[in-house]
Design a protein around this ligand. Structure first.
Ligand code: ADP
Ligand code: MG
Length: 715
């Protein structure tokens, strides 16, 4: 029995080199290895006869060895050897060859029966199988129809990862399971052990479907619990600070603006102001959604302004340092005319500055503190915190917000406003935010230009590059988004016919562009172009420094993965190019498109896709037709399910840089999500702090789910 947190380095056969390679796949422990799921399955169950197999085809054949293997030394200095024998079925004969694998000789005695999987080619008229995979047929026991295909990296072959996983499953592992037995049974799922075995080595298609169902439900359930826990304030009787700003304060604020607020902004701010008077007896718990550019920052500024006018402090949290800085700059500008002081607190803030910020915060002379998660540390103490705003962009409120210290009064909790730039379909909002109020900015500030969107294929490559150069020569900047960080290594085996166990997950028909190679190639071919690179596997300090170079126009073209999705504002950028656009969800494409068109200049979004899938083309066409995030969100939910909207994939040990394969994000549907929330509700009402022994696995999963947040609440 292996412990799930055994480091991979102590597994047999894993030295430092393989350990590093596994780390690139996000695998650090035995448990992480088992949670490295196949991205597809080879369909070896589709067995053909020799007569049916065509030249060049990757096939599965059931054959009997018909001659004793013969080893010949090949001519030349390479000292290569070739093992060769013939094998037959009832329709014909093939020649089977392996190179430099003499030791296989004993496995292929005459009369041996088994399934051969590999590419069949014609050599001088002889059908030949080159180095096929072989599985012996043991008596009557049928072979598995599906063979896993894993995401790989240099130094990790499919053979290696398959055997590591098979060995672990053989030995058994004491993985804590997040799904409590009661929930598993209520949901009618297979057991965890079955799910683990079947996701890797399914005996049947049905077993694979059951395994996927298990992990999807587990992931959704963990997510639902984390949402419920983060929002549980509603269950506990908390007093709301009463924030009553002086008469006419809001109108004075509006009058100070260089523009008139939109109707939607006025309406949302009025809703926020009403909540903050505390007349409901509950602290505000409100989410504000609005398309990129709809002016959420102004709403946050108005809320902070009202809080300060009413005698309280406000905190504004952003997911990244660069965003926090942007908020700081905008808020300072809007609030300084009223003598409201703002400060920025990040990981990078100098110690001396930090001390003086914390002092004035505790004294109450500092009114608004803006920052990253650095705000949630025990020494950050407000004297009278009335409002906490979190700008989560697309991260959906799983972050902790209860831990800001310095409550406004005994048993009081600050008002909470969560901002998100991902429009949420109504049906989904009801499930996710049933216990929050919802304001929507459904109106754009006037004069906002439409980003023209085009869908093109590879044949436009040259014109596209010409267009990129033209934008740069005019002094503008360009984003290029790729779906992968690095090129996938060459496969060491034939893939043949692949099987994806999901109706929404189509067989990808395009080669993934990777950011690292793309940037290198572009920089090489256009030496005058300043090309930058940012992706999820970089350290966050590195990312931030590249982003600020881009913001300062020291970089012309920024090649990235979707890490830039989170709301950076570079108004000088006028072109967004998205490679392999078919691989992204619509809301994600919309979010990315929102990075341009933020300045005065005409902006474009070019979706590059070579897909032949009609469904994918239909989805991309939606992007061309509309710029309305709400419409796009509805279509996305319809076409891909709710997974794209959820911050999933962190529940287990796997954190895959950017392009992690997440079951629930690709294959879940609304009914599963609703069930997960219902189960979470039920469980948390019986065991609110998850103290019962049978919920230990869930506790651990939640800690992994959101390290900075939930963990602190459970301790
Ligand atoms: P987002 O909702 O994406 O966070 P921002 O708050 O960053 O949008 O606003 C985008 C831009 O629009 C900012 O430059 C902001 O100053 C401007 N803006 C906000 N509200 C208005 C308005 N009512 N009229 C004109 N410009 C506005
Ligand atoms: Mg914003």
């Amino acid at each position: 029995m292996t412990r799930y947190n055994t480091p991979v380095s102590s597994l047999p056969g894993i030295g430092t080199r393989r350990q590093a390679a596994l780390a690139r796949l996000g695998i650090f422990t035995a448990g992480g290895l088992l949670m490295h799921f196949p991205s597809a399955y080879q369909n070896r169950g589709n067995v053909k006869t020799i007569a049916e197999a065509k030249d060049g085809e990757v096939v599965s054949l059931e054959l009997t060895v018909a001659s004793t293997p013969n080893v010949v030394r090949l001519p030349g200095a390479s000292r290569r050897t070739m093992l060769k024998f013939s094998a037959v079925d009832e329709t014909g004969r093939v020649s089977v060859v392996y190179f430099n694998q003499d030791y296989l000789k004993d496995s292929f005695q005459k009369g041996t029966e088994g399934r051969f999987f590999g590419r069949l080619t014609l050599h001088n008229g002889v059908k030949t199988l080159g180095a096929p995979d072989f599985e012996p047929l043991h008596g009557r026991q049928p072979l598995r129809p599906l063979t896993p295909v894993y995401p790989l990296t240099a130094g990790i072959t499919r053979k290696l990862i398959t055997s590591l996983i098979a060995d672990l499953l053989e030995l058994g592992i004491d993985m804590p399971t997040a799904l409590p037995e009661s929930v598993r049974q209520a949901a009618g799922l297979c057991t965890f052990d079955e799910a683990l075995r079947w996701i890797h080595f399914p005996d049947t298609y049905e077993a694979l479907a059951a395994a996927r169902e298990y992990f999807i439900c587990e992931e959704l359930f963990t997510f639902a619990c984390s949402m419920k826990l983060a929002r549980r304030r509603g269950d506990i009787a908390l007093d709301a600070p009463k924030i009553i700003p002086p008469e006419g304060a809001l109108e004075r604020f509006y009058a100070s603006l260089p523009f008139a607020p939109t109707g939607a902004q006025r309406r949302s701010i009025a809703e926020i102001a009403a909540d903050m008077t505390g007349s409901s007896g509950q602290p505000m718990s409100r989410i504000l959604t609005g398309d990129v550019g709809s002016g959420k920052t102004l709403c946050a500024a108005a809320a902070a302004y009202l809080a300060v006018c009413g005698g309280f402090q406000a905190a504004v949290m952003a997911p990244t340092e660069i965003l926090a800085r942007q908020h700081y700059e905008e808020l300072s500008q809007l609030l300084s005319p009223f003598g409201i002081s703002c400060a920025l607190l990040c990981g990078a803030t100098k110690a001396s500055e930090r001390t003086s910020i914390l002092d004035s915060l505790a004294m109450g002379t500092l009114h608004v503190l803006i920052g990253t998660h650095a705000l949630i540390t025990p020494d950050v103490i407000f004297s009278r915190l009335g409002l906490a705003v979190t700008d989560e962009q697309h991260r959906f409120g799983v972050r902790q917000r209860a831990a800001l210290t310095g409550s406004p009064g005994e048993n009081e909790h600050p008002h909470v406003l969560v901002m998100s730039a991902t429009p949420i379909p109504r049906t989904l909002a009801l499930v996710l935010y049933g216990d929050m109020s919802h304001s929507v900015l459904d109106e754009m500030p006037p004069g906002r230009q439409k980003v023209d969107t085009f869908v093109v294929n590879e044949s436009y490559r040259q014109r596209l590059e010409g267009f990129i150069l033209k934008q740069v020569s005019e002094g503008h900047q360009v984003y290029i988004v790729c779906p992968a960080v690095e090129n996938e290594p060459e496969r060491d085996e034939e893939d043949g016919e692949l099987y994806f166990a999901d109706r929404r997950f189509e067989l990808p028909d395009t080669v993934l562009k990777s950011a690292v190679e793309y940037a290198a190639d572009l920089g090489e071919r256009y030496p005058k172009l300043c090309v930058g690179l940012v992706h999820g596997r970089m350290k966050s300090s590195e990312k931030e420094s590249v982003m600020s170079d881009f913001a300062a126009n020291r970089i012309h073209v920024l090649v990235s993965t979707t890490v830039i999705e989170v709301g950076v504002n570079v108004p000088n950028a006028t072109l967004m190019v998205i490679e392999n656009a078919e691989r992204f969800g619509l809301s994600q494409l919309h979010q990315l498109r929102g990075r341009v068109g933020r300045g005065g200049a005409k902006s474009w979004c070019i979706l590059v896709s070579d897909t032949r899938s009609e469904n994918a083309k239909k989805r991309l066409a939606v992007m061309k037709e509309t710029n309305d995030g709400n419409v796009i969100a509805e279509r996305d939910l319809e076409l891909r399910g709710p997974g794209d909207f959820l911050p999933l994939g962190t529940g287990r040990a796997r954190q895959h840089g950017d392009a992690g394969f997440r079951l629930a994000s690709l294959g879940s549907d609304m009914s599963q999500l609703k069930a997960a929330f219902a189960h979470a509700d039920e469980l948390l009402s019986c065991d609110p702090s998850l103290e019962k022994e049978e919920h230990r696995g869930l506790r651990e999963a939640l800690k992994r789910f959101d390290k900075s947040g939930i963990a602190a609440m459970l301790n």
